[in-house]
Write a protein that binds this ligand. Sequence first.
Ligand SMILES: Nc1ncnc2c1ncn2[C@@H]1O[C@H](COP(=O)(O)OP(=O)(O)OP(=O)(O)O)[C@@H](O)[C@H]1O
Ligand SMILES: [Mg+2]
Length: 231
Amino acid sequence: MLELDKVNAGYGQAQILRDLSLHVAPGEILCLLGRNGAGKTTTIKAIMGLLPLLSGAVRLDGVSLNELPAHQVPGRGIGYVPQGRRLFAELSVAQNLEIGLMVRGSGTEVLDAVLELFPRLRERFHQRAQTLSGGEQQMLATARALCLEPKVLLLDEPTEGLQPSMIEAIRQVVAVMRDRGVGIILVEQRVDAVLSVADRVSFIENGHNLETLDADALRRDHAIIERHLGV
Ligand SMILES: Nc1ncnc2c1ncn2[C@@H]1O[C@H](COP(=O)(O)OP(=O)(O)OP(=O)(O)O)[C@@H](O)[C@H]1O
Ligand SMILES: [Mg+2]
């Protein structure tokens, strides 16, 4: 179980997250929804140790993560797919995945299992990341995160700018990882992209939790979405 417990954090003098709390259990998909600038990416960065907490805690299975240096956080089993992908553009598909494998010393059987999920990457194994299509790059960023055999997977707007077939491919992989017991935090702008896979949905506004609901409740009552996102 990953939990954020009343996290306050920000950039320099600017506090962004205010008493933000959430949790995700193994085999569960939690979606974070909120408008532009609400603090979704900042929440993910706080989990990854990329910004210091003013107060509060981030814990994985009861063990504090926020006291670790940021480079040690992935090694605890947190896979991160950043907004905008952040691949090593000059490196090949193979080399990008190798970096993922190194984080926790995973072997080639892990690589094989990941490529099983993304056959397209196997076909483009020696191609440089910067020459992949946008959708393929998103697959590679996701595959790299899976190479560290994550307990928790954090995906920041993975479907941004992708066509429906790619969105569907990413969604299927997310569902497979959930079924294998990975806890998933999925950040999205578009409600329709997440409602079908989410277990729970947490609305964020101004760095604070507005409300966390079962996805079933949202599927039944779209007015809740309109109220929180104004869409
Ligand atoms: N490096 C930074 N330095 C200062 N302020 C920042 C920095 N990064 C983000 N912010 C500010 O923090 C607030 C929350 O940004 P964040 O990126 O978390 O939003 P978001 O919910 O992910 O938005 P989007 O949907 O547009 O990705 C914004 O007001 C933003 O301007
Ligand atoms: Mg963001």
